[in-house]
Design a protein. Structure first.
Length: 172
């Protein structure tokens, strides 16, 4: 006599109905809130990174823990949730670190949360107003929110502080 494989437990009618409902909700959510294409995410990630001539200090140089570097690495690899988490941890441990706020702004912008990005870049600017990269990040967020005048103003400020940032946005 051969041993038979155990039979899987039978699904109750309610379990099968709940599976169909959850599948329907997932499909509906996918139609209502489409995910940005990978190409769009890669383009956005490239467009908000410093040019080769711009040097952003490393966490080791600033004497920081690795949350800032972890966030930058995750951002570069497209792991936006991980990047947001790492930058958030850095903000919690050092709320006066402008680069943690800037990284948070980058992650939020790539996650299509332009209002959150605007707030994060604004905080970075409040902490380090003479950094053109913070102005340019804010300009990108304001442009995404439809505030063209504000975006142009911050673009001008960024270019006045650092003309090499011209690759990020056209001059107004």
């Amino acid at each position: 006599m051969t041993a038979e494989a155990p039979k899987p437990p039978s699904r109750s009618p309610w379990g099968a109905r709940l599976d169909r409902i959850s599948l329907w909700v997932a499909r509906l959510a996918g139609r209502l809130v489409p995910r940005p294409s990978d190409t769009s995410l890669r383009t956005l990630a490239r467009s908000d990174r410093p040019a080769p001539g711009i040097r952003v200090p490393t966490a080791a140089e600033l004497g920081l823990q690795n949350h800032l570097e972890d966030g930058r690495q995750a951002l570069g690899e497209g792991r936006l949730g991980d990047a947001l988490h790492s930058f958030g941890q850095r903000v919690e441990e050092a709320p006066d670190d402008p680069w943690a706020w800037h990284g948070r702004g980058d992650a939020l912008q790539l996650l299509a949360d332009s209002e959150g990005a605007r707030a994060a870049y604004g905080q970075a600017l409040a902490l380090q107003p003479q950094e053109g990269l913070h102005h340019m990040g804010l300009a990108n967020a304001l442009d995404a929110l439809g505030d063209r005048a504000g975006a142009d103003d911050h673009t001008r400020r960024a270019l006045a502080l650092n003309p090499s940032l011209s690759w990020m946005r056209p001059a107004p």
